[in-house]
Design a protein around this ligand. Structure first.
Ligand code: 13P
Length: 249
């Protein structure tokens, strides 16, 4: 049995005060919930407030990106050391919004992933096809390519903490969720690729989350799929009640 991860990606939403308010309401609602791991990823500036508010709770805090160099002249970037100094060791890598709007490539995803794993992080590495790719029947090839390149030159031993998120770009923020069957098929492709790259034992343990318009009313049917090991939630994670309903599906 793979323990599910229910992760919130807050993207560029909330101020520190709003982050504190969220945890004030959310923590009592999920207190004692140990069936799944819960991770909330606020934007960098909200991390201290979130850490403070979630201290001693069953909710871990993660970042939404991390650079591959230890330090240097990289304006606007954040290093593993800076995150670790706050006690943060969860991080989203290669989100499609980074790929679409900020020039993230398979190669930079690979660099970030290597550094994060090396530093002991639990990275959530995102993959997923855009609508045109799905319509052209290219989904499996795209997912395989993204995995091969993201995991390039990383050993199974190094990758032990890896978590993957399948986020079809056409389902993100659109209200169009992949059906549980479509998601499970994509997860199976990713797991098969992970088997080829890291071996069967690794792939059997690998948690693959689904992301893309996960809501309280569709989460249970998605989680009922054996292939789906949790959710990466955007919009519906911003509200404590709605994220609780998702966590406790
Ligand atoms: P939505 O849940 O808002 O579709 O966002 C999904 C996502 O991008 C999570 O990383």
């Amino acid at each position: 049995m793979r323990k599910k991860v229910m992760a919130a990606n807050w993207k560029m939403y909330k101020t520190p005060d709003q982050s504190r308010d969220f945890f004030r309401d959310f923590l009592p609602l999920v207190a004692g919930h140990t069936r799944d791991e819960i991770v909330v990823c606020p934007s960098f500036l909200n991390i201290p407030a979130a850490l403070d508010a979630a201290k001693g709770s069953n909710v871990a805090i993660g970042a939404q990106n991390v650079h591959w160099k230890e330090e240097g002249a990289f304006t606007g970037e954040t290093s593993v050391g800076q995150l670790l100094a706050w006690g943060v060791n969860n991080v989203i890598i290669g989100h499609s919004e980074r790929r679409q709007y900020f020039g993230e490539t398979d190669d930079t995803v690979n660099l970030r992933l290597k550094t994060a794993l090396e530093a002991g992080f639990t990275p959530i590495c995102c993959v997923g096809e855009v609508l045109e790719e799905r319509e052209a029947g290219m989904t499996d090839d795209i997912l395989r390519r993204q995995c091969v390149r993201a995991f390039h030159a990383i050993s199974a031993k190094k990758a032990a903490k890896l978590v993957v998120a399948y986020e079809p770009v056409w389902a993100i923020g659109t209200g169009k969720t992949a059906t549980p069957e479509i998601a499970a098929e994509a997860h199976a492709v990713i797991r098969k690729e992970a088997t080829e790259i890291f071996g069967e034992d690794f792939a059997n343990q690998l948690r693959i989350l689904y992301g893309g318009s996960v809501k309280p009313d569709n989460v249970s049917s998605l989680m009922a799929q054996e292939e789906i090991d949790g959710a990466l939630v955007g919009g519906a994670s911003l509200d404590p009640k709605s994220f609780t309903a998702i966590v406790k599906y």
